[in-house]
Write a protein of this length. Structure first.
Length: 129
């Protein structure tokens, strides 16, 4: 019967776990997004969001913030961004720094869930150098 010390077992466990964790943390890429979805998101953005954020997403004075390399977008999950766009942000919200309402769905109630998800996919492309 083979006897191993607790330290040996822990060492062997870590020896197998650490490389896997490193590979997942450093080597995995986000799933590829369908270019057609990004293109649809860009179209919806241009028809709705560009009114305040500009057609180049660089923001408009006294309207909407720049969405290029935007920390809020970078830090949020896709689901969080979808919820944010669907909900909007009133000017009374303490986190609203523009003093301008962001209406739900950018004021376009015709945007469906897939449309909003496509906008998020497009916004993700604007967060890369």
């Amino acid at each position: 019967m083979l006897h191993r010390s607790k330290a040996s077992i822990v060492f062997l466990f870590l020896l197998t776990l650490v490389p896997m964790a490193f590979a997942v943390g450093c080597g995995e890429k986000a799933p590829a997004v369908d270019p057609a979805v990004v293109a649809a998101g860009q179209q919806h953005f241009g028809a709705t969001c560009a009114t305040c954020h500009g057609k180049d997403a660089n923001g408009l004075p006294k309207q909407g913030k720049s969405l290029l390399m935007n920390p809020y977008i970078i830090d949020k999950s896709d689901d969080d961004l979808v919820l944010f766009i669907k909900t909007g942000r009133p000017s009374s919200d303490p986190l609203n720094t523009t003093g301008v309402d962001m209406p739900p769905k950018g004021g376009n109630p015709a945007l469906g869930d897939d449309d909003v998800k496509a906008i998020v996919a497009y916004l993700r492309t604007l967060q890369k150098l």
